[in-house]
Design a protein around this ligand. Structure first.
Ligand SMILES: Cc1cc2nc3c(=O)[nH]c(=O)nc-3n(C[C@H](O)[C@H](O)[C@H](O)COP(=O)(O)O)c2cc1C
Length: 378
């Protein structure tokens, strides 16, 4: 029997299966506000049968936007449109999740298709989009040619920690049932964790414990506002793939510390801290990050989600069967086929009567299938 399509539970939240829609920035928001695009884009995945659907990286403060098109949740005014999205996802049987983010030194960037470069005067001329001053643990640019970020003061740090807590309150009011903190891919929380980007000499940098402090305080701040019966997930980059960066052993310790602060699951990705070129050590193959989720699950004794270069139903099934991860997140494959969970369930023998489809489609598809079989076409 398929394990990928077995239900799963974190705290009081029940997922109908283990398939997760990984957060995917759309760069379609204005002023941080969600709109019809987000509703339709994410709604397709709920109709497609995913157990958990994440709203993309959503900035907890305006300086933490990566691009002008990112979603935001720094103001109560953002709640209304997000609530429409969460409510639709839930009404169609998916758990609505939101990823809370702060871009730190990756802020003030162009949308990917305008080239992944910092905003400059050209963006203002072409699109009336200003650049702004990014903040980070240390004044070290993200990549060659990027402006140096402003080193965060103690007050800046306290402000951002508070902003994550306020964003959690707003997420609850918008009806989300899962929060994920974006602490991977070189975003601000990752910038504090990694010695490559954090070279502070105060209590927020230096030792491993000091570099972890920001992540821990973010978790605490969220837990103050986020109900006890709802799960909190952290997306971590298990390794920076760079000498002198984070290694899996560091991440195992980080996961243990976060678990003590009420974090229920690690969404296990890798990389993203050091500029635009892929690190030499990072060799991509199907499921190349699964081994990290497995080690975290075994050695930090915490539930895990795996992600990265996954598309094959049997391969994803084996991940859960073998106990390497509790949930499996997909991104690009779902852009190609938002109904991937339904198709995967069929392949794994769980949807032969189209029973997992919304009735409005399933009823017709079943009728057609019978006819196809009768005519010997399938
Ligand atoms: C269009 C797009 C937008 C993305 N935006 C985010 C994001 O907002 N937050 C995040 O954690 N990862 C983001 N990612 C990374 C994905 O969540 C995922 O980790 C990555 O694409 C690897 O999974 P895949 O091979 O299934 O695509 C994005 C990926 C894509 C393709």
């Amino acid at each position: 029997m398929s394990q990928l399509f077995q239900p799963f539970q974190l705290r009081d939240v029940h997922f109908k299966n283990r398939v997760v829609v990984s957060p995917m920035s759309q760069y379609r928001a204005k002023g941080g506000f969600a709109n019809e695009w987000h509703l339709v884009h994410l709604g397709r995945f709920a109709l497609g049968g995913a157990g958990l659907v994440f709203v993309e990286a959503t900035a907890v403060e305006q300086r933490g936007l990566r691009t002008h098109g990112d979603l935001g949740i720094w103001d109560d005014a953002h709640i209304k449109e997000l609530k429409r999205v969460a409510s639709f996802l839930e009404s169609e049987g998916s758990v609505p999740g939101i990823q809370l983010a702060h871009a730190g030194r990756k802020a003030s960037e162009r949308r990917p298709w305008h080239k992944e470069l910092p905003l400059n005067e050209e963006d203002f001329e072409l699109r009336s989009e200003n650049s702004w001053q990014a903040i980070a643990p240390s004044s070290i640019p993200y990549a060659d040619g990027w402006p140096a970020p402003h080193e965060m003061s103690g007050d800046d740090i306290e402000d951002v920690i508070r902003a994550f807590g306020e964003a959690a309150r707003r997420s609850k009011e918008a009806g989300f049932k899962v929060i994920e903190v974006y602490a991977a891919h070189g975003f601000l929380v990752h910038q504090f964790l990694s010695p490559i980007s954090n070279q502070r000499s105060d209590e927020w940098g230096g030792s491993e414990g000091n570099r972890r402090r920001f992540a821990i305080e973010v978790a605490r701040s969220i837990r103050k506002h986020w109900p006890d019966n709802l799960p909190l997930i952290f997306r971590l980059s298990a390794t920076d793939w760079l000498d002198g960066g984070i290694e899996i052993e560091d991440t195992i310790e980080t996961a243990k510390c976060l678990s003590h602060e009420g974090v229920d699951m690690i969404d296990c990705s890798t990389g993203g801290i050091g500029g635009k070129d892929r690190p030499r050590r990072m060799v991509i193959s199907q499921g190349f990050q699964v081994e990290f989720a497995k080690r975290l699950k075994e050695e930090a004794d915490i539930a895990t989600m795996t992600v990265g270069f996954l598309w094959d139903a049997e391969f994803c099934e084996a991940i859960v069967q073998q106990g390497s991860a509790d949930m499996v997140a997909l991104a690009r494959e779902l852009l190609d086929d938002p109904n991937w969970p339904l198709h995967a369930a069929t392949k794994l023998g769980r949807n032969e009567e189209f029973e997992l489809w919304p009735q409005e489609s399933g009823w017709w598809l079943q009728k057609r299938e019978r006819l196809l079989k009768k005519l010997g076409i399938r």
